[in-house]
Design a protein around this ligand. Structure first.
Ligand code: TXA
Ligand code: MG
Length: 324
């Protein structure tokens, strides 16, 4: 049990991490639950606090390309191009790890996931550390990823000593995980960077369908789920006919719905801006989940670019109900 403190001191975050304790860190995507990646016991704590299966590998966070390169055996040419185009940023690369990285970090696999987050406070912290940070999203396993320090506090209060508060995450959805088939980039998890973005740099990009569906060996097929049952629909008016309006939460793409109490409604972006929608999605899911409603109905986004990523997150969040 800890008295969880929220603050913006890089020094304090560093002190805890150097003692092999966990610290929640801000990134441009979502908050991470970080530990000294070179210390297996510290990394184990991440799995126990999150109640995450050890079979689900973590992402290493580093400050720059040199540090990244020092953790892997080889960097394909396309990886170098992608780093130039998107790092620091929401790009996670799957690369062959070297002996410096303990196998608990990546579930004993050959590849390890590495990224350079684009958040100044966390970059300052990483520059002050002599080790990389292993960090999954800072939510209990299966729940919605936090996009503010307050979300982390709500979910992990007493479980960790320190939350480094870097404000609301500017992107709001996780990084894109990219592996390589020889030199061809392969998306293992859709994220902020789209397939089209990668194609614009590398000319080609494949999607690993199996991985996108199952995410990782041993993982449940649902994820990102609120406690409240969630339904995703193309026709929100029609879906609403089956539920009592007073006790139903609504997430719409770009307009509000008459008859549903305003307090139960969240519109992702009134101007239809997809980046704003991404920034708001988890925040709104968390807000509505706290209202103890009987159901949340979310409108599917236009299925292109970042919209495809957001729909995939909503589908996974909704999959929990189907399994029940
Ligand atoms: O934006 C993000 O990526 C955030 C912030 C905190 O950096 N992190 C994050 O971590 O979303 P996490 O652990 O919640 O998700 C990591 C994803 C999982 O889908 C995991 O299966 C995949 O990356 N992954 C990690 N290492 C892998 C590996 N060696 N092979 C295949 N997939 C891997
Ligand atoms: Mg996660």
């Amino acid at each position: 049990m800890y008295t969880t403190v929220t603050g913006n001191s890089v020094q304090e975050a560093k002190q805890w991490l150097c003692k092999n304790e966990l610290v929640a860190i801000p990134t441009e995507t979502v908050y991470g639950l970080a530990a000294n990646a070179f210390n297996a016991e510290a990394v184990q704590k991440i799995f126990s606090v999150k109640q995450r299966p050890l079979s689900n590998p973590l992402i290493l966070h580093v400050a720059n390309k040199d540090t990244l390169q020092a953790l892997v055996t080889h960097l394909p040419d396309t990886a170098v191009e992608l780093l130039k185009a998107f790092s620091p940023g929401p790009l996670t690369l799957l690369l062959n790890k070297n002996a410096k990285v303990p196998s608990v970090v990546n579930a004993g696999l050959d590849k390890v996931a590495v990224r350079i987050p684009n958040h100044q406070l966390t970059l300052n912290l990483l520059e002050n550390l002599s080790f990389p940070l292993a960090a999954p999203s800072a939510n209990p396993f299966g729940y919605i990823s936090p996009t503010s320090a307050e979300h982390v506090y709500f979910q992990l209060n007493t479980k960790i000593p320190y939350i480094l508060d870097g404000g609301f995450c500017s992107n709001g959805v996780e990084s894109t995980v990219v592996g390589f088939n020889n030199d061809t980039p392969v998306i293992y998890r859709l994220g902020m960077i789209t397939k089209e973005d990668i194609e614009s740099v590398c000319g080609v990009c494949e999607i690993n369908k199996n991985h996108v569906v199952t995410e990782s060996p041993g993982m449940l097929p649902y994820h990102y789920s609120p406690h409240t049952p969630l339904i995703i629909t193309d026709n929100i008016q029609e879906a609403l006919q089956n539920y009592p309006l007073q006790n139903t939460g609504i997430i719409t793409v770009s307009s509000l719905i008459n008859n549903v109490p305003v307090s139960n409604q969240r519109c992702l972006s009134l101007s239809g801006n997809i980046n704003e929608a991404a920034r708001n999605l988890y925040r709104y899911l968390i807000e509505l989940d706290r209202l103890q409603l009987s159901v949340i109905i979310a409108e599917r986004l236009p299925d292109k670019g970042l919209g495809t990523t957001l729909n995939e997150r909503l589908e996974k969040a909704a999959a929990k109900n189907i399994l029940k």
